[in-house]
Structure formats: C-alpha cells, structure tokens
Design a protein around this ligand. Sequence first.
Ligand code: GCV
Length: 674
Amino acid sequence: MRKLFSPIVLIGALLSACSNPVPANQDGTELWLAAGRPYQEVLASVETAIDPALPAEGYHIYDADGVRHVDAGSAGGLRYGVYALQRAEVLGQAGKGMDVQEKPFYDLRLLNHWDNLDDTVERGYAGKSMWEWTSPEIPEARIRHYGELCASIGLNGAVLNNVNSNPLMLDSEHIDRVRQIADILREYGIRAYIAIKWTSPIALDGLTSGDPLNPTVRQWWKDKAAEIYAAIPDFGGFLVKANSEGQAGPQDYGRTHADGANMLAEALAPYGGIVMWRAFVYAPESPDRANQAVEEFLPLDGDFADNVIVQIKNGPVDFQPREPFSPLFGQLKKTRMMMEFQITQEYLGFSNHVAYHGTTWEECLQSDTYRDGEGSFVANMVSAIAGVANTGQDPNFCGYVLAQANWYAFGRLAWNPYLSAEEIADEWIRQTFLVPDGMSAGAFTTKFVNPLRGLLMASREAVVDYEMPLGLHHLFGGTHYGPIPWDRMPPRPDWQPRYYHQADSAGIGFDRTATGSNNVSQYNEPLASTFAHLETCPENLLLWFHHLPWDYQMASGRTLWDEICLHYDAGIGAVEDFRALWESLQPYVSPILYEEVSTKLLIQRNDAEWWRDACVGYFQKLNGLPLPADVRPLRIPVDTLMVKLLRSDQLGMPVFDDEYRVVLDRMRPFRRRQ
Ligand code: GCV
C-alpha cells in the first residue's frame, strides 16, 4: 500500500494542527445545546419506555442486551432522560454500561420573566421581551428554542410577565396570547403561569374593592380562574407581588397576606393551580428592611392554604452581590417555601460583567439554617425554586455568551441543589464551546475548559470585591448599574445607599446585632451568635452585621479601612487577570465570541475602577484616611463623580464612550418650582 505520509511528516502535521487549532465558527446562539447531538437523533438512538414505577419526572438510562435504554415515569421524564444522555455524551460519561437514575429535587422549577406588555423587561439586559407582546404574531421559533433550552436543563414552568404586573394581563386578549404561548411550551414540559396585579378586578371590571374577604371580589377571581382554565387546562397559577414597593394588596383592606393568598388559592384549587405569594415586602419607616419579611410572615405561619407557596428571595434585602440567606428560610415551619434567585444581573453589572452565579446560589442553598437542628440546609427548607430570567430578544437570549452560564446553572441547581457550582460550570463550558478542529479533547480541556472554568468560578467574588466587599450592600443608585454611595435622593430612605452603609467619619456598616436592629436574632442558634460576635462573624459579612470603626483590626492585622481599599483594588486586579486569561484563550474560540467577551471584560475592568473611585473616594472623604501603600491610585476624584450621573439608553443600558468607559453627565442643578 502506498504510504501517503512518512511518520515524520505525519507527526509534524499533527503537531502543527495542535499548535494551530481552528476554532469552530460559533456565534453563541445555540447556547449549551451547541456541542451535543440533536435531540431527535439521541432519541432515535435509544429504546424508550414509560415505566409508571419511576417517579413522574424521573428517568433511568441503562444498557441491556447491547441496547441503550431510557425509561421514564412520563413523557416529560423521558425528555429529561434523553437530554441527560445528550449531556453525558458531550461530557464523555455515556460509555458502555452507563446506568444513571435521576429525578428532580423540586417539583416546581420555574423561570420568572419580568416582561412587560409594552415589551420592555424590568431589569432585563438582553433586549426586549422574548414573548413580543406587542407583535400580532407570537415568535414561535424563539419560543421553541427557549422550550428546548429549558427542557434540556429540567425547568418545568415559566411565569410569563413581570411581578409588577399590568391588569391587562388578565383581559381576554392576553389570556388568549398566553394560551398560544402555553400551547407551544407544553410540548417541552413547561407550564405557563401569570403574575397578577392585585387591583385587576377594579381596573378591568370596575369593582369598587379589592378586599379579599369581599364576596364579589372572591367571585371575580373564581370567574377569572374559570376563564383561564377554559383556555389553558394545565395553567400553572399566579405569582403575586402585593403590598410591596407600592403595589396594592390585601393589607390595604386591613387583611393579611394569608387572606389575600388564600382567596386566590381558593379560586385556583379546583383546577390544581397554585399561588406563589412573594415575601419581598418592606416599608420605608422600618429601621431595618432585612427584618421585615420575618416580621410579616412568621405570625402567618400555618395560615396559608395548601396550594399557596411563599416565594422568598435568597437574601433578606434584594439580590445583592453577597447577602446572608434570608432568615425566613429558617423560621417558617408550616408554610411551603419557594426560593427566588435572580439570574438577570440587576446588581452585578447587567449583561456587561462576568458574574457566574453558580457560586452565589451554591453558597445559599448549602447554608445551614439549623431550623430542625444541624443539617437543615436552605435547599431542604424550600420545596420549589424560581429564578428571575436573564432572557430577551437578543439572538443569544442573554446579552452575551458568558451570561448564558447563569441560566444553565439555575436550571441544573433547580434539578439538584447539591450539584457543585464548579461541576456545573465545567458542564456548561463543554456543552457551549466546540472543540476546535485539530485539537484533541484532552488539550481542549487543559488549555480552554479548565482556565475558563477558573475564570467563571472567581468571577462573582471579583464583583463583590470591586462593588461591595466585606458585607457592604446596596451602594447603588438610579438604574442599579453604578455606584452612588453618597446618594440621598428622595423618595425613600431605604432606597438610599446611606441607609445601608451608615458610614461617617468614625466608621461604617449596619449594626444588626442586639445593639442595632437585632436582625441576628432572626437566625437560629448557633448562627445568631456566630453572626452577632465579631470573633465569629464571617469576614465576608462583617459590615452586613456590624458597624465598626475605620481602625478596627481585621484578622489580617490590617485596619478595616486598609482592608476595604485592598478588596476594591483586588476586584480590579481580578478583572485584569480575567482579561489576560481570555486573551490566552483566543486561539480556541471564534472571532465573534472572542471579541464579544473581550469587549465585555474591558467594560467590566473600567467599571470596576469606577466603582473603586466612587466608593473608596467617598469613604475617604468621610474618614480623611490615606490609601494603603500597595493599591492603585484613584483615577477620578470623587468630587467630580458626585456631581455626575450615568447616561443610559432607552432600555436602561449604560452608554459608553469609545474606550468603553461609562458616560457620566453633569447633573443639572435642582431648581425649586416657584
Ligand atoms: C420587579 C427590586 C428591583 C425591582 C423589582 C423588585 C421585586 O426592587 O429593583 O425592579 O421589581 O425588586 O423583586 O419585586
């Protein structure tokens, strides 16, 4: 046989192929379904069976008689099984003898879309609403793609609209629109839900009251439920934001959250629907916003109907880069609870910063509440889970490729809250980025997957460092993109950063011990004591729970002030490292993805510096202390920043100059009306 290449030529060719990999031509629009075989192909390659002995949404993948089988408790379980096999194939875990049996940890695994009927998305950073409410036709192809993505990670429900709801959501036109979407989502095992506005009966049909004990009001909701279920027989139920941030609710009529939730629950019960009642409540007059959910909901424990579930944000304030878990998770014993995470990066640089939330959510889910003794992890206290989506009309759904990792991570943790963030990051990278031509899978792992996984794993802590280290929180203003620690804009003190950092010439931090708001007492022992005492309080939550002098001695031996400055500086340094790392990955990704991420990281680096200038500069103005020797000097004087405001576009996205620095406009002087 004629030899085509001599051994030397062959080795040379292989070496040059390895050193010159040709990246796949990817634009990020396939998300994590990029690397696997098409679903139909995987399905066609296996024997399937419905086995009623398996849990309804569970599956069993195994080999028998030389054939691969996927058995499942239902058609939905089968879909999850086939996607699990597809994933296992990509991850190299589908070899002969595979035997995997799984079922989801939670029955309800939902995305919450904060999408408005005018197609804007509250806190959405990936374009307008993916449902296209204002178009005559529903965007079927996109909804199908969304359905596949959700199903592939095990999600089974979607609240289609904003919790700051519009009453029109319940008019016949929109119910029909929801029906059309639900008809498609059903094919992917996803139920549709609606967020309702408490005052809908008044707005839509002229009722004069919203009192949940008023028979006319109760009947209105029963009739509305009947109308919805006539159109959508498997409709999931209502999500409700009531008596929160200006939304009306049962308290306006002297009734409780339980009265309100139970009225809706009664209307939905005949059809198997549920009410998800949010615990995100706080009033400006309260001395500590972090205390309020427990104050309002603990007295109602046991009062909620069986088909009500209380939806609680992971932290007691509001999706900050780091918060302790909400103490409510450790307090309610007779009420079903649902976790609410935020996938969209409202407080973590929108879709401009890398902030992989797998680590945030792992930290929360695996925290011990001690409710029923040691080992009462948050993951086990809740029986359902929701994530505020980061999706929009962007071709890649999420603003840019790395932001997709959060949607994926949410789905995987909803399936199994004890998966590790690192394992999930690894899975996501391998499924999303294709191995370049001429590169072995092993080399791809070493040179691309592992470094990128490291970047993702470090990313959230970097954001914490340059935004709000050591337990600081809510230093935002305006659109929640940038730092305004000095802000004292009306109307509410609890929307002002100074309420949270309490910094003055002597010190900084929120005293939540017994000498302050006593928020620590809402945690079960030994946590209450752990948080209350300086010696045991985790350093990363120090200023969440304590107000301390600037010269407080930290474990490092440095002063609190120096440590704050070092954290801000470390945050900038971390993003610089991410940029260098990403540059080293250029040979392995398409030019489109390379440029996309490079630009985002440049923005992130500049924003990190802006955060540091504003926060360190402002605190320094209060305490008059010098910066420690080994940090980068401030770039913009805080007095300059304090008279400027971030320029945003119509969708609330920040506007950048040619160097990818935010554009800050001089504030117009405030003029009193004559
Ligand atoms: C949907 C925060 C956000 C609001 C959001 C609210 C909530 O306050 O800034 O945009 O409203 O939380 O979760 O209800």
